[in-house]
Each structure stands twice: as structure tokens, then as C-alpha cells.
Design a protein around this ligand. Sequence first.
Ligand SMILES: NC(=O)c1ccc[n+]([C@@H]2O[C@H](COP(=O)([O-])OP(=O)(O)OC[C@H]3O[C@@H](n4cnc5c(N)ncnc54)[C@H](OP(=O)(O)O)[C@@H]3O)[C@@H](O)[C@H]2O)c1
Length: 338
Amino acid sequence: MSDISNLPNSKKIVLKTRPDGDPKVSDFDMIEEIAKAPDDGEVLVEVQALEIGAWIRTTLNETAFHGSTPISGTIPALGNGKVIISKSDKFKEGDIVTGPLMAQSYTTMAADFFTKVPNPEIDPFTQIGILGVTTGLTAYFGIYEVGQVKKNEIVLVSGAAGGVGSLVCQLAKLKGAKVIGIAGGKEKCDVLKNEIGVDASIDYKNQNVDEQIKLHAPEGIDIFFDNVGGEILDIALDNIRDRARVIICGAISQYSHHDSVDGPSLYLRLAEKYARMEGFTVMHFEERYEEASKELLDLYNKGKLKVPFHIEDGIDNFPLALQKLFTGGNTGKLMVKV
Ligand SMILES: NC(=O)c1ccc[n+]([C@@H]2O[C@H](COP(=O)([O-])OP(=O)(O)OC[C@H]3O[C@@H](n4cnc5c(N)ncnc54)[C@H](OP(=O)(O)O)[C@@H]3O)[C@@H](O)[C@H]2O)c1
């Protein structure tokens, strides 16, 4: 399609009200309009799939690390799509690209925002699930570079049945670590044991997390990979052993009250155990995305990594998908099929 006199109708999800607590469907509106014709240097992309990430919630506040979404502004989102009109030398029509497409069915943006997907034969969900910046790459750099996981170490992972968590568990296992995954509910814990291959799981909604850690790791844990924060972080700190690494990947339990985060009260365990706590964002490793993607793809092609995902159908369901992320409605990476 390169006929700008026949542009498609596009649906976009905009912010109606700033959420009070976790995001709800009623905080968003959907607007339908004709897609914008690309100017020189721009492309019009048909969005195929969008990832639902906890970072989106932080942009709904008035001030935000990833940039604030104004009222009536389109909700930011990362994903994959197909170029249908190109006014840039960088892409031709039909190219599959990845980047900040936003929560909409068609996107017109400067071509420089996007990267060509190197393996377009892989479906967009597997792409995002394994090679996505906020999934595979986050898990890879978090557990391998920040965590420096080693054989026989004991790794505890919170949010273990989610997009990042399920890959962290598998990447740690591949290095020969013993992995304990924390997730909400028996069903997720069964997935962790039977499909992801963890050594033990802890159902934080129905079990005493501290008792369970002590049961599975009586000598303590070497690495805590934290996706959740809050109370679980404190319990983990109380169970670290000498030279442990506590990796702050995220704190999904805290994003809905960013102004009054529940911090760890047991941080002195770090001194007592000569341990370190280190945070990171995947963007700190941007220059190494290509190398990590190759390694992840190789592991996936060899059948060594499973990529669980949960798909919501249609851009109309973007708000519902975001709501689900904060109520544990997903196992594996949560995405929207546009
Ligand atoms: N550092 C980085 O660069 C980077 C990049 C991407 C993502 N992240 C972070 O990684 C974490 C995981 O992201 P993801 O996209 O893979 O999401 P995800 O883990 O697939 O989904 C979120 C899960 O978090 C759990 N959860 C939600 N609210 C919770 C609460 N109040 N207490 C405990 N658990 C809660 C739910 O699982 P249960 O049913 O088990 O509760 C939910 O399924 C997030 O904190 C995110 O911000 C960081």
C-alpha cells in the first residue's frame, strides 16, 4: 500500500484519567481516526503486536522516569509491525520493524525510531517474548551481567511466572544454578515446576514465603532477582548468604503508589553478609542488544528456552491487558495482538 489518498482507519488508546492505584479499563478511552500520511523521513506502520509492560503504568503519573503521558495522550507501548508506506531510505514497504509504536493500530513516525527485525520469519509474539527489549534482553542482562550467576548457586526469582521472570529462571538453570521461583497461585507454581523447570516454587498468595525459602535454601540464597519489591524484597534480604547479589529489575507491587514506595527495612543484611544490591535498566546495555539477541535466539532454536506468553486480542483490549498485568492475570509475557 503506498496510496496516501486511501489511508486506513486507526484506533488508539488514550489516557482519560490518571489511575488512582492500579490501572483500570475505565482510566482509558479509545479514539478512531484516519492514520496520518507519512512525511519525508517517516513511515506508516501497521501494528501487529504490542508488549504490555509494567513501565507503562509509571508513565501514567504526572512525573515519570520513562516520560509522562498527558491526559488525552496516546499510551506508549513497544511492539512489532509492518511498514506499509515508507518515505524513508531506511525501510521499504513490507519490512517488519520493532520500536515504540504506541497503543494504536497504525503508527506514523520518524523511521529512526524503528529497527528492522532481523528474523521476520519468527512470529511477532515469539519475537517479543524472546528477543524483546523488556523480556529476553532484560532477563539476559539482569541475570548474566548484573547477577553474574554461577553453577550451583541458589537463585530466588520473584514474579517468576511472568515474561521476564520465566526467562530468568531458565537462563539461571542453563548456567547450572538451583532456581526457586515465587508466583501467585498454584496454577502458576505448577507451570514453573512442570514447564519452566524450576527446582522449587513458592506460592506467595497461599504459603509463608520466609518458611518456604528456609525449607528450599536452608543455607540462604546467593541471588535474589526481584521483579516485585515491597514485602517480598525484605523477606529475601533476610535470607541472603555471604556475597549474595540482590538484583533490582523492577518493583511491580510499588508502581501504583510511586510517591510512597515501601522500601526494604532489612537492608543492613547487605552489610552483615558482605552482599550487594544493584539495580539496572535494560537500556544500560543497549550497545550489546545484538550480541545478546543472537545468543537468545540460538538457545531458543536449540529448544533450550521456552517462551510462554499470554495474548489479548485486539487493540480495544489494551486497557484490559494492562489491568491484568497488575492483578496477575498473565502467565508468561503479556501482549496484545492488534
Ligand atoms: N529493569 C528493566 O529494564 C526492566 C525491563 C522490563 C521489565 N522490568 C520489570 O520486570 C518486572 C516484570 O515485568 P514483566 O513485563 O515481565 O511482567 P510480568 O512479570 O509478566 O507480569 C507482572 C506479574 O507481576 C505479578 N504482580 C503484579 N502485581 C503484583 C503485586 N502487587 N505483588 C506481587 N506480584 C505482583 C503478577 O504475577 P503473580 O500472579 O505471580 O502475582 C503479574 O503477572 C516488572 O517489575 C517490570 O517493571 C524491568
